[in-house]
Design a protein around this ligand. Sequence first.
Ligand code: ADP
Ligand code: MG
Length: 607
Amino acid sequence: MPSESFDQKLKKAGFSSLLEMAIHLPISYLDTRLSSELSIGEAHTIEAEIVQVSRLPKRLVATARTPLCDRPIEITIFHPKPYHGALFKPGMRHFLQGKIDRYGSKLQLVNPKKISKTGEIVPQYRCKLRQDVHRRIVESLVTVANLVGEGLDEERAALIVRAHRPDDTWLKLYRRHGGVGPKTVEALKFAEALDHFKRLGGKRVRFPATARLDGSAEPFVKRLPFELTDDQKRAIEAIRADLSGETAARRMIVGDVGSGKTMVILAAATMAYPHKAVLMAPTSILARQLYEEAKKWLPDFVDVALVTQSREAGEMQTAHLIVGTHALLYRDLPEAPLIMVDEQHRFGTEQRKMLERLVSKNRPSSKKAKPHFLQFSATPIPRTQAMMESALIDVTLIESTPFVKDISTHIVDKSGFTALLGHIRTETEAGRQVLVVYPLVEESEHIGYRSIEESEAFWKARFDGVHVTHGRDKNKDDVLQAFAEKGKILLATTVIEVGISLPKLSTIVIVGAERMGLATLHQLRGRVSRTGLKGYCFLFTHDVKNERLQSFAKTANGFEIARLDLKFRKSGDLLRGKMQSGKEFVWLDMGEDEKIVEAAKRRADGR
Ligand code: ADP
Ligand code: MG
């Protein structure tokens, strides 16, 4: 157990854990060891005896002798201060540090630093305390024994400690490589991940479940006309283990659009039977779709009800699965030990919490118990990030899709527009649908693309069945519904991110594609070809050479795209929109460090 002063010291230095302090390496090292030989152009610490001093305008020049060489060294101080006059007097000896240059036939040392104590390698930190105070704290706390006490293995601990207290060999390598070596970097990453898991793991609160749900998904699974994918089965198995436990589940299931999350939702509802489950979706169209699918696929004994603002179906009080929009939050919900939220990122934390309270309000006797909570997300995140987040919530990734979509992606500019129109004509005449997405534009902005308003007349003059919906459109759901039933071309802003199903949609055109984040592009492209139709995605841009768009065109895997997104963000490609995770790591790279993070998680879990 760390002593009190241990924690106080950490806090004083501005850190909340020892591992955090350990991964904040010195930003440089001051080497005050006396040089044993001189080489031009390198920094040295030398002993110098002043022989002669001359004051020139704006300059003090002293000639000095050093035991290291026969030739005298000329020391030049530009803009000398009064204390320089006191320092450089014939006969005085000093330890001086600076770079040795050649000046004509002489050796020169310009503006050297006087060193009071020699013989050390002194780490320099970026710190809020005084260097020496900070250094002393690090010296006393960052030790192999202490780091091992925090869960690091001896090898990694030693590598990190060495970077705080380097020896000659280490420093030489550091200088040669311009930084710490790969093994040390690995140790630092591991320590950073371990710190993250230890911290969040401590924060995670586990509640008892309001009910143990140990039904079987079998009656549902065996009625399906297709085999579930391995990833679907794995997700269902994870949920089965959750629901049959004593602890309230907190799990996020992340799967690309079309990865078959609905089947996982329905399997969970079946396992909850005869208890109730509530499923919340962000729009009434989605809620209705889920309701229809539930009725189609669930075994007959599972009663389903629908609750949206405009429509209700089934009997909510007796249903086993209640599907609805946020309208659910304003109803007198029966108690339900399982809550599921689809497209969870569309809801605020408050709404999710409210739902949780609503379905457990009648349980004053066990206030602490909570329902099982499953969230479904169609925003793929890099595996590594998923693992990092798993410190607070269990995460299951569904990385494969039941059928591989056949979508070809093309980057086109004005020169390809006529051909694009021809393609749209062919598709619509064959009874398929086309979606054209326009960027959201502020009135004052000039981005070089037509706005949706400016384009509407163009499309309507050339095609029938053109429907239009804007972001702020109140009738958005109605327009989408009408388009789904009988439309040919839908003009929209990016708002239609939610996974409504448009089975006849074969083509999407994204105007000004380079302005959008890869995650958004991926969501949009995922609209087409949802039922195995041959799909087309056209990225309309003035910047056809755009590297980000080109890599996007090459892959369809959402998890791969999440990785790419990260890579391009890091390389400074400007993107609109927010970072998925606000957290910044010093050493860890969410795109690359999967293995390290996995190992650190195992260590944190004591495995
Ligand atoms: P998501 O919600 O993850 O975007 P859905 O659950 O809507 O995806 O599934 C997309 C489509 O794939 C649906 O038509 C669904 O019936 C179908 N589907 C789901 N799982 C399978 C499977 N294992 N094999 C074949 N088709 C599947
Ligand atoms: Mg879905």
